[in-house]
Design a protein around this ligand. Structure first.
Ligand code: URA
Length: 225
């Protein structure tokens, strides 16, 4: 197991031996597992407030605001991206920049619309400076928020956009090219992996594969009834 993956698992409180040895996190005096179990009991209002005021990792020092998500809180479709970018950080809503426009078009292609039976969230709620990749400790600190969102929304299907969403949710380091094209499960919920819209903007030929993934998601949803 690589160091980064080990760190994520430990931060999530999965290794109790490590937890006992670990010093309290920057979030206060709570170790990761205690903080996680507190977040997993929150209602929507508490969760929104917690994300808005979160200081669990250093990203709070550079973000404008925490971006929890947008849409129907009882949606059947849950779309999960990576992290807010500059536009999202400014507006407080996920996927409002160029990648967001493509995401809206992808949703429209399968008859969906932002906000209507669709909820859009990110793995990270705070923008990494310069849009750099999320760090494992940032993902670990933010995952409990996403876990709680999934519990509260209880979607019928999850669409993971890009490798960070896919690998974080599926607890794997497998490449996105190997994860897409099949139906995974996240705690009993079907999960489909596809390319991140920002990647598709730079790699137009892969749009065809993304279309296949969207069709798989639509078919999977039909089967769930
Ligand atoms: N990319 C993401 O992953 N999420 C956003 O909200 C915007 C761009």
């Amino acid at each position: 197991m690589s160091v980064s993956r080990e760190l994520v698992l430990k931060e999530l409180g999965i290794d109790p031996v490590w937890r006992l040895k670990q010093r309290p996190t920057a979030a206060g005096d709570e170790v990761g597992a205690d903080r996680r179990s507190r977040i997993l009991q929150m209602d929507w209002m508490q969760l929104k407030e917690a994300v808005a005021n979160c200081t669990a990792c250093d990203l709070h020092k550079t973000r404008t605001r925490g971006v929890i998500g947008v849409g129907d809180e009882k949606a059947e479709w849950l779309i999960i991206g990576e992290a807010p970018g500059a536009d999202e950080d400014a507006k407080g809503e996920p996927f409002v920049g160029q990648a967001g426009k493509l995401l809206d078009a992808m949703l429209a292609a399968i008859g969906l619309k932002r906000g209507e039976n669709v909820y859009i969230a990110n793995v990270l709620k705070s923008r990494p400076p310069g849009n750099r990749n999320p760090m494992p400790e940032e993902v670990a600190a933010c995952m409990p928020y996403l876990e709680r969102q999934i519990q509260l929304i209880r979607p019928k299907i999850i669409l993971a956009l890009g490798r960070f969403a896919a690998q974080s949710l599926l607890n794997t380091e497998e490449a996105i090219g190997r994860l897409r094209g099949r139906v995974h499960q996240y705690q009993g919920i079907p999960l489909i992996v596809t390319y991140h819209p920002a990647y598709l903007l730079r790699n137009l030929p892969d749009k065809e594969k993304a279309w296949e993934d969207l069709c798989l998601a639509r078919e999977t949803m039909k089967k769930t009834g």
